[in-house]
Write a protein that binds this ligand. Structure first.
Ligand code: TRP
Length: 335
């Protein structure tokens, strides 16, 4: 049995890249391996490491939870919870783990460097210690597998380092070393305006992304206006991969249809974008519309979301509490 854990920050609107690169994989994993135990967390305590708006944090947390549920994370098969609802334990373990985290390693975290920017001296301790909290998120549940994007690999490595330092320092084979499951390398969804940049919520133009809140007309419009070149679609991958924008649209189609890029090319080789784009838009609407409408429905009924979050937190706590207790015992604490 695998114990799967992952999380997303409640920072802002989810888009097609988050869905195809992460959420859809979580759902497929949940459904194809029913024996696994799954924990899906909304990492709201990580979200406060960058400037944020306290007035909208709760709403953003519910929105991410709604997206999990709408995409198909089933509260009966997976624990869906807010990190802060088990925050006493996550933060407590984080402190314990902080004592076995080398500063040198934190200094090499590329995400910290990116987020801190030029003025790293002014960055908060929370941003610096972010990877230790993430390690606690994972180790507190003894997760065996952590589905994450390529950009989180380094955080998984430091998590494994911390876990083995603990095991070594206290002479106990206590922590499970979690395996990263690097997802979405095949489905890196790029901007609709520039096929060399990741689809991102922070990109200036809303036309560059498909939000999980866009309606059918908006999706159709954005795909029709997506940047492309004038050539018809090629009949082989090497030719496709030389054309960033064409490659991106084919990637999206393949991911949505749960098929390969080769298959998509076999169907559309020689066709113009004027034929392909409406087909892609139709497929996107077909796959995304049920999710967005379920999301909207849930967001109109936050009580339902809150119930799921409460139940998820109880499940998570039941796993986390004995583990933290055990760690404290091993470390020699009174009580
Ligand atoms: N750092 C992750 C990200 O930005 C989010 C995260 C926090 C996470 N804790 C986690 C992911 C634990 C997986 C497991 O994507």
């Amino acid at each position: 049995m695998k114990r799967i854990l992952s999380g997303m920050q409640p920072t802002s609107q989810l888009h097609l890249g988050n869905y195809l690169g992460a959420l859809k994989n979580w759902v497929d994993l949940q459904n194809s391996e029913p024996d696994n135990q799954n924990l899906y967390c909304v990492v709201d305590m990580h979200a406060i490491t960058m400037p944020y708006d306290p007035a909208t944090l709760k709403k953003a947390t519910r929105e991410i939870a709604a997206a999990y549920i709408a995409a198909g994370i089933d509260p009966d098969k997976s624990a869906i919870f807010a990190q802060s609802a088990v925050g006493d334990l996550h933060a407590e373990l984080m402190w314990l783990l902080a004592t076995m985290t080398q500063i040198g390693k934190l200094n090499r975290m590329t995400q910290f460097k990116d987020k801190a920017g030029k003025n790293a001296e002014k960055a908060g301790l929370g941003l610096y210690a972010y990877p230790v909290l993430m390690a606690a998120d994972i180790l507190i549940y003894q997760a065996t597998h952590v589905p994450v994007g390529e950009d989180q690999k380094q955080h998984l490595e430091i998590t494994r380092d911390i876990a083995s330092t603990f095991n070594h320092r206290y002479g106990q084979d206590f922590f499970t070393l979690p395996e990263p499951m690097i997802m979405g390398s095949a489905t890196r969804v790029m901007s609709l305006r520039d096929g060399t940049k990741k689809m991102s919520k922070s990109a200036e133009s809303d036309l560059s992304r498909i939000n999980l809140t866009d309606d059918a007309d908006m999706i159709m419009d954005k795909i029709k206006r997506a940047k492309t070149d004038p050539e018809p679609l090629p009949d082989n991958l090497p030719d496709l991969e030389k054309r960033a924008e064409a490659d991106n649209l084919i990637t999206i189609y393949a991911a949505l249809a749960s098929t390969s890029k080769e298959q998509v090319l076999a169907e559309f080789a020689g066709q113009n974008f004027s034929i392909f784009k409406p087909k892609l838009a139709e497929l996107t609407i077909e796959k995304i519309a049920p999710i967005t409408s379920r999301m909207r429905e849930l967001l109109q009924n936050p009580d339902e979301i809150d119930q799921i979050l409460h139940a998820g937190a109880a499940k998570a706590r039941a796993i986390a509490a004995p583990n933290v207790q055990k760690v404290k015992e091993i470390m020699g604490f009174w009580g």
